[in-house]
Design a protein around this ligand. Sequence first.
Ligand SMILES: *Cc1c(COP(=O)(O)O)cnc(C)c1O
Length: 427
Amino acid sequence: MFDKSKRLFTEAKNYIPGGVNSPVRAFKSVGMDPVYIKSGKGSILHDLDGNEYVDYVCSWGALILGHADDRIVRKVKEYSERGLSFGANTEIEVAFAGLITDIYPSIDMIRMVNSGTEATMSAVRLARGFTGRSKIIKFEGCYHGHGDCFLIKAGSGVLTLGIPGSPGVTEGVAGDTLTAEFNNIDSVKELFRANKGEIAAVIIEPVMGNAGVIPPVHAFLKELRDITAEENSILIFDEVITGFRVSLGGAQELYGIKPDLTCLGKIIGGGMPVGAFGGKRKIMEYLAPVGPIYQAGTLSGNPLAMAAGYETVSILKQKGVYEKLEETSGKLEEGIKENLKKLNLSFTSNRVGSMMSLFFTDTEVSGYRSASASNTELFSSYFKEMLLRGINIAPSQFEASFVSTAHTNEDIEKTIKANYESLKRLL
Ligand SMILES: *Cc1c(COP(=O)(O)O)cnc(C)c1O
């Protein structure tokens, strides 16, 4: 069933570390060789061996309109005819910045970069330069890309592969990263008390997506906003997943909190490599060439990426998009919960809008620690059973499943059926 993929992976391991350009793609934690993708259209993926899947990875959440949406592809074609990159200013980047700042009231100004990692790294540098402080607080299990200061108790692949510290990160850098517990405001207050006047920023995924989906408990984000304001510390929302995902205006709109800085990525590239960070004017104007903090990029604001992003966000702005996403996602979650009940299983399902996770644990999952109590062996078996039934979910317990506007009722029914059969096989 996977012959061509298997062969290619064996070859890839000769020239690419682990055969992959990003660790989780190696399928190591689910104990099988990875599948090579040939093409995708809408909700459907085809692999090299001709197998077909309903896809819930959707390029790790980037493809909220599904694969190769005609409107996005048309735009990218149109723009590619005019030139692929200039390293100079173009009209579309101004239009896109205007569009995003219009939708996000907390973002007065925005700068485009090429990945979410670049966005978070740059935002932290900016926060440090602005406040003149060194330390940052992050949360256990949150993932903010692979920047040095974020690889302490990180989520996503770091968590999946059980990489404890982070060899290659200097002690100095590690010492400037303090970790608090998600959904536990006292753990944050404690760090502020012990590091009075030293904390430049608190960075958080307002809905955790990289230890599986974990929503913030009531008032947690509000309390975080209050304490950072009191301490003159910068609150950074890493909305690389949640921006344009949990609502048009991201988690900050959904929960009614205004961060000082916001990081975006994934969806705003429409499938092209993009990231962005933005926020209050008085902070953003610390960036060169207005201010002293340097940040730059040869391909930043790339016209194809800007065009794909602009078109994606314009489509998302149309009436009813998020209502439909909610309906489709709700149907899927309901079906899964019914299956659990029928099979007398009490695993935990977490969902915020069109991002969701099924945790193989009976207890409530409200943070990194409860997420890590999940039975990852059971998850591996579940992953394989689903794949064999034509459903592609992320190859890790600690990732989200993403529903796109391209997922049909038929896809959802097929997925619920596969979920039932797969869970049954595990018993
Ligand atoms: C994916 C992700 C990043 C990193 O983005 P890349 O484009 O992979 O560098 C940062 N933060 C969050 C919350 C993410 O999910």
